[in-house]
Write a protein that binds this ligand. Structure first.
Ligand code: SAM
Ligand code: SF4
Length: 339
């Protein structure tokens, strides 16, 4: 018997409506950023990955259940073979109006090729991760990346009419002296800029993490020494808080999962490329959606599994750098859950 599909929105136990799904379409990447991956990563066996058709079915179920914003991430989403087919499939939800926004987070390496097709499919804004404008430092932090390729990609995105937000991970002893260089460059190029506090994801060694940690309160203080800051109320459904630099009119975002509690307004969940649904970036609990997905062609069991998972969404996470050891450290890498 086919159970009728009900468009009852997904509401978690803390009355938060789940409207935002981040989907990691691959754990693979053409870079090896030092804070994200080990140089010699062991990736998941290909057979474990959801096919693009399965990802389509899963994401479509979420859209039917009220998800309005889909962010495609990874790993590097644009290295997944056939990825445009998946964007095409999601674009049909933009056309019906069920999906309000289809976007992606990318390292920019493949944008020269993909920017125009993505724009043609209805992508309007993208996040590009870029921690430094110094070619040698860029090569060092990404290990395998080359800055000119990413800058070309960003230029292609602009030419295609995509709005670009730059995400920079704040790393002590690495890009501290570039705070204003990056800020000025973004102002000139017309990009928004968001700083991300480094998170204890993946097993890269505690020493490294504590060493890399540069609290965003410090960046904010430095901005305040140079500019008049106005806190903006605006929330994008994400964990970023924004300020405006009054002298330039620029908007700067801060993602501070460690020093600031953003969980109370969390409207998002994360799906991995193997079909695991993480209800919170900072908790180990997850639900396997691959089994109900593969159990049969009907979506009723899948929808039940999604609702059961949302009913377990925790109030918040538990990262804490203030202890000698890192409490709440997550064993999985960002590239697995999708940043
Ligand atoms: N490959 C794409 C990229 O780099 O934009 C998408 C995936 S990446 C995991 C998503 C975001 O997570 C990037 O902005 C990256 O800088 C960030 N990230 C990775 N590891 C991180 C960590 N340990 N702490 C904070 N941000 C991290
Ligand atoms: Fe790849 Fe993005 Fe991780 Fe860098 S941050 S290694 S680009 S997934």
């Amino acid at each position: 018997m086919t159970v009728p599909l009900t468009p009852v929105p997904l509401i978690d136990p803390f009355a938060r409506a789940i409207r935002y799904l981040r989907v990691s379409v691959t754990d693979r990447c053409d870079f090896r950023c030092t804070y994200c991956m080990a140089e010699h990563m062991t990736f998941l066996p290909k057979a474990d990955l959801l096919t693009l058709e399965e990802l389509d079915r899963l994401c479509s179920a979420f859209v039917r259940m009220g998800v309005e914003k889909l962010r495609i991430t990874g790993g590097e989403p644009l290295v997944r073979r056939g990825i445009l087919t998946f964007f095409e499939a999601m674009a049909r939800h933009l056309q019906t109006g069920a999906l309000k926004e289809l976007t992606l987070t990318t390292n920019g390496s493949q944008l020269a090729r993909f920017a125009q097709p993505l724009a043609d499919l209805g992508v309007r804004r993208i996040n590009v991760s870029l921690d430094t404008l110094d070619p040698a430092k860029f090569a060092a932090i990404t290990r395998w990346g080359r800055l000119p390729q990413v800058l070309d990609g960003i230029a292609a995105a602009q030419a295609a009419g995509l709005r670009v937000k730059i995400n920079a991970v704040a790393l002590k002893g690495f890009n501290e002296e570039e705070q204003f260089t990056l800020t000025d460059w973004c102002a000139r190029e017309g990009h928004d800029l968001t700083w991300i506090e480094v998170m204890p994801m993946g097993d890269l060694g505690e020493e490294d993490r504590l060493h890399q940690y540069w609290p965003l309160s410090d960046l904010r203080r430095r901005y305040a020494e140079r500019f008049t800051l106005t806190d903006l109320d605006e929330r994008t459904g994400g964990p970023a808080r924004y300020v405006r630099l009054e002298e330039t009119g620029q908007k700067i975002g801060f993602i501070t999962p460690l020093t600031h509690n953003f969980c109370e307004s969390c409207n998002r969940v994360r799906l991995t490329c193997t079909g695991e649904l993480y209800m919170c970036l900072g908790q180990e609990d997850m639900a396997d959606l691959r089994a109900p997905l593969r159990a049969g062609p009907e979506d009723a069991a899948l929808e039940r599994a999604i609702r059961a998972a949302i009913a377990r969404k925790p109030k918040g996470h538990d990262f804490d750098y203030s202890r000698a050891a890192i409490r709440g450290q997550m064993s999985r890498h960002m590239s697995h859950t999708g940043g």
